[in-house]
Design a protein around this ligand. Structure first.
Ligand code: F0G
Length: 460
């Protein structure tokens, strides 16, 4: 008999979580103004809001915390992180930051000015926020297949080279200080970018003299998909694949809360010494001295250890298989989801789930509220609310995809939890026609509004 799949780890410590009643959840979500970010964590049974900073550290990472060197300058923990970054990605220069958006803030302060154009695949919301905050424009050059959830394409994070070349031809290179490739592409559904595409984008960018940076939060999951979906890479190790991926870049920003499996941390990797020096000034202003940049020594140690663990094949296989396990259950029940299954999350297509609710009533947010009411699971809207208003016209932007993301924290939940989540979603799917109305905006911030937005149920 063939062995079933089992995790390459066992559990050493547990944290209790509690279920609630439908009535309790009804009161809590009304008090939270239908914004799931406003819920207290004890009001949530299974928290799939994000896979960011919510993973379980290993015993080796916890041991590294004890070895942390908290010296202000030149701590051994800094050098541990520096060595791991050099070994895994090949960058000689790096700056620690307290998380991914801080890395964006520091790098963009050194690079981006008003009127600039930043092409890439779909930029993550904080990345786009930092670009637009500087009055620059992010241009999404993702392949069209990514915007149809029914198409099975192995690399839906890929950049369309024609779209990209058009941007390079339209704007002078002085206006394009950097191109950003997000791996995996969170906004289009945790979808990977192929090695071939990374290579092609890099050579096209070099032809036009453009710098290429990877937004690397889920770089290891991307490498796993390259290994399992691009046949030249079947026999390469994850580390070899990562080395090659980064040979097609000039630098990286990293949210270590994802694929370095720590609760807090980030960094920037550079190839250019000049840019590293320029960014160092902003790092000192915003984050801290360049050998700690907003991180404790112990956190830098755990981060370095996490980078090694996240680039092991067995870990990645268990991680991506768990996401696929949930995806398969939903797919078998005909719940419309982005295909193929993403690396860190399953994305539900809210337009196909609730076709009778108009987009002005925020289908994905409406659905996220229903999932919470049904089973106490917290998910996140990646749709019109997150897309913010157009910075110039102030009109609502309605993106091609209206998604609810079920992000799976790393090494945190079991497949029994996934069974519970699947049942919750399927129950809502079976009674979807009873959902008659969506939500409307009551209050919103001018940028990154989804974190603090207040909503109400649409009245007649
Ligand atoms: N880039 C990507 C692709 C991300 O997914 C995130 C964060 C960031 C940058 C910013 O990093 O949170 O450390 O400041 N994504 C989280 C999420 C918040 O839920 O997907 P951060």
């Amino acid at each position: 008999m063939e062995f079933p799949y089992a995790e390459p780890y066992r559990i050493k410590m547990i944290e209790s979580i509690h279920r609630s009643t439908f009535e309790e959840r009804g009161k809590w979500i009304t008090d939270a103004k239908y914004n799931l970010f406003n819920l207290r964590s004890e009001q949530v049974y299974i928290d799939l809001l994000t896979d960011s900073g919510t993973g379980a550290m290993s015993d080796k990472q916890w041991s590294e915390l004890m070895l942390g060197d908290e010296s202000y300058a030149g701590a051994s923990s800094y050098y541990k992180m520096k060595n791991a970054i050099k070994e895994i990605f090949g960058f000689d220069y790096f700056l620690p930051t307290h998380q991914g958006r801080a890395a964006e803030n520091v790098l963009f302060s050194a690079l981006i000015k008003e009127g600039d154009i930043i092409p890439g695949n779909s930029h993550f919301d904080t990345t786009k926020g930092h670009i637009e905050f500087r009055k620059a424009t992010a241009i999404d050059c993702t392949i069209n297949e990514a915007f149809d959830t029914t198409i099975e394409h192995p690399f839906k994070g890929n950049i369309d080279l024609e779209k990209l070349e058009k941007v390079f031809k339209t704007y002078p290179k002085e206006k394009i200080p950097v191109l950003i490739i997000t791996i995996t592409c969170n906004t289009s559904g945790g979808q990977p970018v192929s090695m071939q595409n990374l290579k092609d984008v890099y050579s096209l960018s070099k032809k036009y003299g453009i710098r290429v940076y990877f937004d690397s939060a889920r770089f290891a999951e991307n490498a796993y998909f390259i290994k399992t979906r691009e046949k030249e890479y079947y026999n390469k190790t994850i580390r070899e694949i990562v080395q090659e991926m980064y040979s097609y870049s000039d630098g990286m920003t990293m949210s270590s809360k994802k694929d370095a499996i720590v609760n807090m941390g980030g960094f920037i990797g550079f190839r250019e010494e000049d840019l590293f020096k320029k960014a160092s000034v902003y790092n000192i202003m915003f984050e801290g001295f360049i050998t700690y940049g907003g991180m404790s020594g112990r956190d830098m140690n755990a981060l370095a250890q996490g980078l090694y663990e996240a680039t092991e094949f067995d870990y990645l296989e268990s991680r991506v298989s768990q996401v696929a396990y949930l995806g398969k259950k939903l797919n078998e029940a005909n719940v419309p989801i982005q295909k193929p299954y993403g690396g860190h999350a399953i994305f539900i297509d809210a337009k196909r789930f609730l076709p009778h609710i108009p987009k002005e009533e925020f289908q994905a947010q409406t659905l996220a509220v229903e999932f919470y009411l049904e089973g106490g699971i917290r998910t996140v809207e990646i749709g019109a609310i997150m897309a913010d208003r157009d910075p110039i016209t102030r009109e609502n932007r309605y993106p091609a995809l209206e998604l609810v993301r079920l992000a799976i924290p790393r090494r945190t939940y079991t497949n029994s939890h996934m069974d519970y989540v699947a049942t919750t979603i399927i129950n809502v799917f079976e009674k979807r026609n009873e959902i008659k109305k969506g939500l409307t905006l009551v209050k919103e911030a001018p940028i990154l509004r989804h974190f603090t937005v207040e909503l109400q149920r649409k009245e007649n």
